[in-house]
Design a protein around this ligand. Structure first.
Ligand SMILES: Cc1cc2nc3c(=O)[nH]c(=O)nc-3n(C[C@H](O)[C@H](O)[C@H](O)COP(=O)(O)OP(=O)(O)OC[C@H]3O[C@@H](n4cnc5c(N)ncnc54)[C@H](O)[C@@H]3O)c2cc1C
Length: 403
């Protein structure tokens, strides 16, 4: 497609990141086309929807923690705007999270998490076992206490994805059910994308937001190829039947050093997660990881045994070398990337969209803001010889639970 009516921007990928960008870009008056063969059904569909700046903060990831804190503050306004634009509920809940310890050695680990959070100025309060059980009566009597994380919230990620699609349509975004086979770059500038069904879709700007697949798209020059890898996770959707007691708020747990979380939905549904494995693009669901999850979760919330299993959902978290997102311009004018959101893509979607849309509005000559929430998460931090302005690169100590 060429000439008048050609889209100004093509977004590759309709996960929560691509959809958020498309909606906000269209709202800013930009003509947007989104290409995806299966919109909304990637990692964003598998996620649990935790908005967890605190529980997802790890030792050695202070820059990411600061970004996450900024992101959770954006969510109440974002959820309200999205509900108005789409006419659909997204079920944002600001009722905090309990991090609980299964045994005394887990308690030592939750205390370290507490100390880290307090050191970087995040709110976290140590709770005794009985205080935990007062806050959440379904917790097992044997737990060894925990931490109240009042700033960790949740949203129904699937409702959000569906609302985003609706808001995009209302704002005039065009959807193509197709696969981008190549990003077209000629004479050092992006020209559009080539499609599996044939033909080229021309565009003045292309945003690669294809999650774990972003690195695989042909045509991206080495300098613009985001180093993402798939990290498989499986969530389990459970449902409480009539008369079955319901969890009141999100619970994360450490159980003999292993992690799990339980995220209750308003309708009696509950998301149990998550496994974390590096198996390439394999979306199978191994029994072993699920068995561990069920065992650990029932130790913390015994009533879980009365819930019904509705669905097991594998997804591929787009992981980056330093666990931080990769957002911004590349060395190719008009070509931007927004990927690598790993465990925090739902949380970071609103801020990512703000950042990318500001760049689209400014145009190719706009330059990258070198301050602001994403300044440590630019694509060029992975360029050979790049100055190390980004976040910490070497193995942060894992203390939280994988989202
Ligand atoms: C088990 C699990 C639990 C999680 N829990 C949380 C959580 O509680 N909170 C949180 O914040 N984050 C969570 N995450 C992480 C979050 O899901 C991701 O960071 C986020 O969904 C990434 O969004 P995305 O749009 O980049 O990718 P995706 O949602 O994977 O979307 C990428 C899209 O690109 C499309 N695509 C790929 N290649 C092409 C191509 N060539 N052409 C066109 N389209 C293409 C795909 O079809 C797909 O729809 C979780 C992830 C998993 C797996």
């Amino acid at each position: 497609m060429t000439g008048p009516g050609s889209p100004d921007v093509v977004v590759v990928g309709a996960g929560i990141i691509g959809l958020s960008i498309a909606w906000q870009a269209a709202a800013a008056g930009i003509h947007v086309t989104v290409v995806d063969p299966d919109r909304g059904r990637g990692s964003s569909w598998a996620a649990a929807g935790m908005l967890a700046p605190v529980a997802e903060a790890h030792f050695g990831e202070e820059a990411l923690a600061a970004l996450n804190v900024a992101a959770v503050r954006a969510w109440p306004g974002y959820a309200a705007r999205l509900e108005v634009a789409s006419g659909m509920p997204v079920h944002f809940r600001a009722d905090g999270t309990l991090l609980v310890a299964g045994d005394p050695s887990d308690r030592a680990a939750t205390d370290r998490v507490l100390a880290f959070h307090q050191a970087i100025g995040l709110e976290a309060v140590r709770l005794s076992s009985s205080s935990c059980r007062r806050a959440e009566p379904l917790l097992a009597p044997g737990i060894s206490g925990g931490v109240d994380l009042p700033d960790d919230h949740q949203v129904d990620n699937r409702s959000t994805v569906l609302a985003l699609i609706s808001a995009c349509e209302a704002a005039g975004v065009m959807f193509l059910s197709d696969v981008v086979t190549r990003v077209a770059v000629t004479a050092g500038r992006v020209r559009g994308v080539d499609l599996a069904t044939g033909g080229r879709h021309t565009a003045g700007a292309v945003v690669v937001a294809a999650g774990s697949w972003s690195e695989r798209i042909e045509g991206l020059p080495g300098s613009a190829r985001p180093p993402v890898r798939p990290v498989r996770g499986v969530t389990v959707r459970l449902q409480a039947g009539d008369g079955v007691p319901r969890l009141q708020r999100t619970v994360r747990a450490l159980v003999h050093g292993r992690t799990c979380y339980l995220v209750p939905r308003n309708d009696g549904g509950l998301v149990l997660g998550a496994t974390m494995e590096e198996r390439g693009f394999d979306l199978s669901v191994p029994l072993g990881g699920l068995a561990d999850l069920f065992e650990d979760a029932r130790k913390v919330v015994p009533a879980l045994g009365e819930y019904s299993v509705v669905e097991t959902t594998p997804g591929l978290r787009p992981g980056s070398p330093d666990n931080g997102p990769i957002v911004g311009r590349t060395g190719v004018p008009g070509l931007l990337v927004a990927t690598g959101h790993f465990r925090n893509g739902v949380l970071l979607a609103p801020l990512t969209a703000d950042e990318v849309v500001a760049m689209l509005v400014a145009g190719p000559q706009g330059g990258d803001p070198r301050s602001g929430p994403f300044s440590a998460f630019r694509p060029d931090r992975f360029m050979p010889g790049a100055e190390r302005s980004g976040p910490e690169r070497s193995g942060p100590v894992r203390t939280g639970t994988p989202g």
